[in-house]
Design a protein around this ligand. Sequence first.
Ligand code: ATR
Length: 276
Amino acid sequence: MITQTKLAVFGDPIHQSLSPRIHIEFARQFALDIDYQKVLTPAGTLAEALSIFSSAGGMGANITAPLKQEAFALIPQLSPCARTAGTLNTLKWDPSTQQWFGENTDGQGFLQYLQKYTSIDIAPARVLLLGAGGAARALIDVLEKNVSQPLTVVNRDLEKAQDLKKYPRLELLSYVALNQQIHQTRFDIIINATSSSLHQQLPPLDNAWLKNSIVIDLAYAHGLSTPFMEWALSHHAKSVDDGLGMLVEQAALSFALWFDRMPDSKPVYQQLRSRE
Ligand code: ATR
């Protein structure tokens, strides 16, 4: 008997999510039958949504903005990677304990994106990371391990980021404090890990930072540039890219956790790019 595996992505907004398309392509590579739904889940309602999903036979899930840290707080069984990052993006149902197991594939997905689709060498780079939410935290951990220079993180609400002081080398700043340093330093790479592009907004970053920097917006705008990418280009960024590569790579790692098989991600990435 062929069984269908029930999967879903939870977030708000969720209509824009490419995860169902990506996972259906991965499943096709192994002739697996999956049902992958998008579940609109406002902040504060994830516990209820997950309980409904597991009761209906849900076996795996992706968690996206703004729920990554909410998910982390709900799930007791965590991988070491999710535990260190303090955030998660992937859940697998564990039938033996009847509980969800939480993993974070964002950080490794970001590294794989850099290796597979770019020539960027982050090891010696001076990196500025915008945001301190769920998406940013997975990156902070891999950047701390893979970049030799101290990482600078900027967030509007510094209260929410106080626990990042556990990273001794990390410099945590408000946008006002960062913008005051404009004549003293520059960044090779600027990563937008805020959800600003999802809301068609820009973070309050002085545009002079963008000149000659490699700019990566982790958001994806279905073939269009995100507002952040447009802004960076108009202020002479050296290059700009969106989050499609990381999205496909983190998805491949989630798929491998669910099915113990690593899909071939590059053709799926190329297919999505060519349909833009
Ligand atoms: P995600 O899972 O995408 O990280 P999140 O956990 O809700 O979503 O975090 C959203 C992040 O985007 C936060 O760092 C938030 O900054 P604050 O903590 O200061 O609110 C940031 N963010 C959202 N909109 C932003 C904007 N217009 N400008 C700057 N930062 C923004």
